[in-house]
Design a protein around this ligand. Structure first.
Ligand code: FMN
Length: 378
């Protein structure tokens, strides 16, 4: 039995889909099956342009010169086609959809009645029907998310030429790659291996194995709290709607931003840079200075930030104030380059790479004011 598996995950062999697919194929090999995996992310497959040249001027041959003709040959030679795709917006990934569209050179254009439905007959006789296995996983913990995908494959295989033999659908699929979860999900991967073995041995997956593969991997409550902890660990800063922040008053200032960890080298982001400046504040040099330095930041990391100097301390904030002593308008990448010593602050100013408004004397003092550590920007 020749089994051709097509993996449509953009993550390819590093993805969750492959974590189910590979044990399945291993099982098939254990029972004498011959298997091959195609990772669509590594293939050059142009999207179908709908020209129907493959049905008219060059029957069976697409206008595109890419990797698809070779894949069609592999499909023709296979006994079983495994469509392995993560769920993307309730259906297959774009990679998989491109691939599925480009299969139409295998069909003839005529519409004929077979049984109780109209179909396009296959171009190459004698190599059909083929078994189809659908393997998918999704990020949500409930199986009903697969309803649209399953319906697509149900209709896709409803003709006489393809037979949807089984669907392995794993909800809460992001668990599959978590190292700490490996012991608790081993039974599922083992069931997938068993399914592959059964397919190669008996030509179908037994109801017992199918039933195991439909069991829940994890309690949805536990999974969603685990997933939320994961996403929260990124400390994501949602971009501020620029206009709303700019026009807002003093009330829009965030609490002081946390200082960067000790020993953190050069800043990677503007946010890190600005909190690094607060950490580098030289109170002795500031004396009794009381001033707000406003940053209006554009470029790759747009946002509004403020350095507030008062009572011998400096704090960094997100937001704006109505009357700062000094306003610096800069693309984030320019000020980062200055902070990293890749660009002279004075040269950048002379070249108009950033603008200032307000107390120019304060701009000239910035080197001295933020001189405690090397993370000073000026
Ligand atoms: C663009 C996009 C769309 C997605 N849509 C869904 C969805 O509709 N339902 C769902 O449960 N998970 C959805 N997911 C989550 C993926 O199915 C999930 O991350 C899966 O584990 C990815 O598998 P892979 O590692 O093999 O690529 C989506 C992910 C992406 C990136």
């Amino acid at each position: 039995m020749k089994i051709l598996a097509v993996n449509g995950s953009p993550r390819g062999e590093k993805g969750n889909t492959d974590r189910i697919l590979q044990p399945f194929l291993e099982g098939a090999r254990e029972a004498g099956g011959e298997t091959e995996t195609i990772y669509l992310k590594d293939q050059k497959i142009n999207h179908c342009t709908g020209c129907f040249t493959c049905w008219t001027r060059t029957p069976g041959v697409c206008v595109h010169k890419d990797d698809m003709p070779a894949l069609l040959e592999k499909m023709k030679a296979a006994d079983v086609l495994v469509y392995a795709t993560p769920l993307y917006i309730f259906t297959v990934t774009g990679l998989m959809k491109n691939f599925m569209d480009r299969v139409i050179p295998l069909l003839k254009p005529s519409i004929i009645k077979r049984g109780d439905q109209y179909i396009h007959p296959m171009r190459h006789e004698g190599i059909w029907p083929k078994r189809v296995i659908l393997i998918s996983n999704c990020g949500f913990p409930e199986r009903h998310h697969f309803a649209g995908l399953v319906e697509t494959f149900r209709i896709f295989t409803s003709g006489p030429d393809l037979d949807l033999s089984a669907a392995i659908l794993c909800a809460a699929g992001e668990l599959l790659k978590v190292p700490e979860a490996q012991d608790s999900i081993r039974w599922y991967l083992e069931a997938s291996r068993r399914a592959g073995r059964e397919l190669a041995e008996y030509g179908h997956i037994t109801p017992e194995t199918q039933e195991i593969l439909e069991r829940r991997l994890i309690d949805p409550e536990v999974y969603s709290s685990f997933a939320n902890t994961h996403w929260e660990s990124y400390d994501v800063q949602e971009p501020q709607p620029e206009k709303a922040v700019e026009s807002a008053g003093a009330g829009t200032l965030s609490p002081p931003l946390p200082l960067p960890p000790m020993g953190k080298g050069m800043p990677d982001t503007f946010r890190e840079l600005i909190s690094g400046q607060a950490a580098a504040f030289n109170a002795a040099a500031a004396g009794n200075l009381c001033a707000d330095i406003q940053f209006i930041v554009g470029g790759q990391e747009p946002g509004n930030y403020l350095l507030r100097i008062a009572d011998g301390q400096c704090t960094a904030h997100q937001g704006t104030v109505p009357a700062p002593a000094l306003t610096i308008t800069t693309p984030s990448e320019i000020w980062l380059k200055i902070a990293r010593g890749e660009l002279s602050g004075q040269t950048a100013f002379m070249q108009g790479l950033y603008r200032t408004e307000g107390d120019f004397g304060l701009l000239l003092r910035m080197n001295e004011l933020f001189s405690k550590k090397s993370s000073s920007a000026q």
